[in-house]
Design a protein around this ligand. Sequence first.
Ligand SMILES: NC(=O)c1ccc[n+]([C@@H]2O[C@H](COP(=O)([O-])OP(=O)(O)OC[C@H]3O[C@@H](n4cnc5c(N)ncnc54)[C@H](O)[C@@H]3O)[C@@H](O)[C@H]2O)c1
Ligand SMILES: O=C(O)C[C@H](O)C(=O)O
Length: 347
Amino acid sequence: MSKNAVRVLVTGAADIEKEPIRVLVTGAAGQIGYALVPMVARGAMLGPDQPVILHMLDIEPAAEALNGVKMELIDAAFPLLKDVIATTDVVEACTGVDIAVMVGGFPRKEGMERKDVMSKNVSIYKAQASALEKHANTNCKVLVVANPANTNALILKEFAPSIPEKNITCLTRLDHNRALGQISERLDIQVSDVKNVIIWGNHSSTQYPDVSHVTVTSSDGQKPARELIADDQWLRTEFIKTVQQRGAAIIKARKLSSALSAASSACDHIRDWVLGTPKGTWVSMGVYSDGSYGIPSGLIYSFPVTCEKGEWSIVQGLKINEFSRTKMDATANELIEEKSLAYSCLN
Ligand SMILES: NC(=O)c1ccc[n+]([C@@H]2O[C@H](COP(=O)([O-])OP(=O)(O)OC[C@H]3O[C@@H](n4cnc5c(N)ncnc54)[C@H](O)[C@@H]3O)[C@@H](O)[C@H]2O)c1
Ligand SMILES: O=C(O)C[C@H](O)C(=O)O
């Protein structure tokens, strides 16, 4: 049977293998790509019974390394991995994909701000928007990881007008997970017992990690994290700063930007989007603003969302105090500035 043929393996009356889902990873020869593709092939993104076909894109200078990644994927003999396409041709990479994880681009190096990588990256996202629009599946879900992630996603949305705007998102789940991690460390509890942090805004040092609604599961039920931490000064200063600056701290320590945590969080983002968020839990996703919470539309902004049947919805009705309002507006203002800078880079 050819690898591309739709397989229906009937091994027992009720045992029918699902059709493979095609997942594009751009920048697949890079460090996030190298961590991400085995996670996808193992089922960490789409579930342990979901076959996948990986489409890996990189640029010509990385073609040999990309082929090496393909060789390793074959060598790992992942049962869920039905085929691997490794290419430097953007059309071949985008054709027929159901999920696109856009990691390709230039990472920030020590001492650089995200704005420094803006001009290199937004032009890549403008070009790849049209390839996705023309060649991906109509309902393709897009996750932009490469920085500046929110603004790259916005450029992709603007230059791919026929992709539904709800299908274009950016990664702030890493920041969300970092905030959960900091709270669990502070309280010396399991991270799985902490939920409902919010990352508002930009995946940058202006993001606002908000603990106002975080709860902790303990033997006597759910308790607000704020009450258990009992140190508002820490929550308003050091905690926020640590989460905002975590990317820079990893770069300082590794001399490379975060990769395994970024790859794992990208899997979390797509898994929850496609398979749904657990009841009573929300996650943070960078999505196209509809004006909720007074955030201007026309920006890709991180909100708390729940997901069901492959659709995200912004959690509504949360109380916003004055401290939060100021921080939410500051990060929105940075995104407005980034948007105009991005357009000036494209002109
Ligand atoms: N949103 C987040 O939470 C988050 C977290 C970590 C890193 N990042 C960002 O993710 C991106 C990738 O990081 P990395 O550490 O893997 O970088 P990397 O340099 O190791 O890999 C990037 C890869 O992209 C490739 N590439 C460059 N231009 C391309 C193009 N036009 N098409 C396809 N591929 C192209 C490069 O050849 C390279 O292999 C960076 O922009 C980084 O800042 C985002
Ligand atoms: O901060 C960076 O530039 C890398 C990445 O976005 C991160 O958050 O780790």
